[in-house]
Design a binder for this molecule. Structure first.
Ligand code: DGJ
Length: 536
């Protein structure tokens, strides 16, 4: 009996029980969709303080040498690193794993986890990473066509041989990773393809045209009917235009945006099969990243424009979920200024936030702090870490976040942690743990000035850990009419060592306000309240 309950406990802790996945050996990375949406590595929740290398960097182990050091200097715990089909399978059926082995070995030497990015059939709505033998054989591996008969530099998602070949190569990769890494768990997650979609209304190849003029597959209709009251507003709207038609060709069922929906379904089905082949060998968590809608507003639209059609943008979520149930996570690549809104859009009960690509300048520090605190992100990574100067604020922010890691893990997704991100000159008021926290941006016009940001972690009702930059925080009673005054019992700088708080300066007098300047440190704040009016 004791043995059974022990086994059950291991199962529950590993997340396998909850996610229903066959995760192989105990402790192998698994995506636990409850808890809330936690990446478990070695049976423990793991948060990725990551960075992505440039597209070509990991094609050369020699080139990568200084890049590993850069990742360590930046205090990353995870590297996002491409593995391309062309170098994995240079001749059909001949696989070369030297790079994969080298990357895993080097990551271990630098105490880094890896997320491999599978550059297979597609990398940013192009097929430049497919092997030469695929590129040259346009009959066997048909191209998407921008009009009938006109090939693009893009594999068609309707090419059955392309799918078979990609899935085969991907399954070989996953088999190898399992063989090399199942015990050590250096590789913790895999991105399948990269920012897929087509820079055109849709694929006009013969096969695509035939399917576009055929009935919407029953499988998709069944999913939509079943989820009718939970669809995204975008899809709900286009389907409502046909009065929720239950069958018909694409343009009848979806009077608007049928080409995009058609392409989304095609990509989702294809990628699901690639993932299925890979997970059969080694079921690591797998995600797709999105080239998101590029209109500079949080208002989404399904209209074409500025982003490849058919990719996993937020408005296509239902189509992707229906076609690709094996995808664990949808991740936005964010290069737009309405960062807060995009984070909110992708942080959903069924989809924790992970940002695999973001600007690699001073904003990345602020964006990391915000995503991890406000949205309990499971990871964050700026793009192109190879190029950034060593003294980028991100390194300092990651150092502080590493120091706070036990609290990030404990409080992500709970009311005990929140975050603030402000534009220059902005102010904000946030309700947190029974207080109103007024925030003011101190970002200056100096090009090195980091956007105002803060992370607040409540250790108790009146004691907080705070980090951030270029921000001032003032605490008030939750109720505006309160007779209580919130004041500082004490404020100190410090950091954790082996779980123990080691205080630095006790801040009082001139330094008594919660003001964080253009660098990262940890403040510990204890508040108390006293009555404003009091009869003597
Ligand atoms: C987004 C892509 O996903 C990356 O691979 C890279 O090409 C960046 N854009 C460059 O900004």
């Amino acid at each position: 009996m004791k043995r059974i309950s022990q086994l059950l406990m291991i199962f529950v802790l590993s997340g396998s029980f909850l996610s229903g996945q066959n995760s192989g050996a105990p402790g192998v990375p698994v995506f636990n969709k409850r808890l809330p949406g936690t990446l478990m590595v070695g049976n423990k929740p793991f948060i990725m303080l990551a960075a992505e290398v440039n597209n070509s960097s990991s094609s050369s182990l020699a080139y990568m040498e200084p890049v590993w050091d850069k990742l360590v200097t930046m205090n990353c715990n995870t590297a996002l690193v491409p593995v391309s089909w062309e170098l994995l399978e240079p001749e059909e059926g001949r696989f070369d794993f030297a790079l994969v082995e080298g990357l895993i070995r080097k990551a271990r030497e630098h105490d880094l986890k890896l997320v491999f990015l599978w550059f297979g059939s597609w990398k940013n709505s192009l097929s430049t990473y497919v092997p030469e033998w695929v590129k040259k054989d346009t009959r066997r591996f048909p191209r998407a066509q921008e009009k009938p008969g006109v090939n693009m530099e893009l594999l068609s998602p309707f090419g059955e041989e392309s799918l078979k070949a990609d899935a085969k190569a991907f399954s070989e990769l996953m088999r190898k990773i399992r063989e090399l890494d199942e015990k050590e768990r250096t590789v913790i997650m895999v991105q399948v393809e990269n920012e897929v979609g087509i820079h055109h209304t849709r694929d006009y190849s013969r096969q695509a045209n035939k399917l576009y003029e055929s009935a919407v597959p029953q499988e998709l209709m069944t999913y939509l009917k079943k989820h009718k009251d939970r669809l995204t507003p975008e899809l709900e709207k286009v389907w409502s235009l046909s009065e929720y038609k239950q069958s018909g060709i694409w343009a009848e069922v979806f009077p608007e945006d049928a080409p995009e929906i058609f392409m989304a379904w095609a990509y989702a089905k294809y990628i699901n099969q690639v993932i299925e082949a890979g997970k059969r060998e080694y079921p690591l968590p797998m995600y797709v990243n999105a080239w998101i809608v590029q209109n500079n507003t949080s208002k989404k639209t399904l209209k074409a424009g500025g982003y490849p059609q058919g990719g996993p943008v937020a408005g296509m979520t239902d189509i992707w979920r229906a076609g690709a149930p094996l995808i664990d996570l949808y991740a936005p690549d964010i290069y737009l200024s309405h960062y807060r809104e995009i984070c909110a859009e992708y942080n959903r009960p069924d989809n924790p936030l992970f940002i695999p690509e973001n600007n690699n300048d001073k904003r990345s520090a602020a964006h990391a702090v915000y995503a991890l605190s406000k949205h309990g992100a499971i990871g964050y990574g700026p793009f192109g870490i190879d190029q950034v100067p060593d003294r980028m604020p991100l390194g300092q922010a990651y150092q502080v976040l590493n120091n706070l890691m036990p609290y990030l893990v404990r409080y992500r997704g709970t009311g005990n942690m929140t975050g603030i991100l402000l534009n220059r000159g902005e102010t904000d008021e946030t309700a947190f743990m029974g207080y109103r926290v007024k925030a003011r941006s101190l970002e200056s016009e100096n090009p090195a000035s980091i956007p105002a940001n803060a992370m607040l972690i409540a250790l108790s009702e009146d004691e907080f850990l705070i980090t951030g930059a270029n921000i001032r925080l003032d605490f008030y009673p939750a109720a505006k009419a309160s007779n209580e005054v919130v004041a500082t019992a004490w404020l100190e700088e410090g950091e954790f060592e082996d779980g123990q708080w080691i205080p630095g300066r006790r801040l009082n007098g001139d330094e008594r306000l919660v003001i964080l300047r253009n660098s990262y440190k940890i403040l510990r704040l204890k508040l108390y309240q006293y009555p404003y009016y009091q009869k003597n």
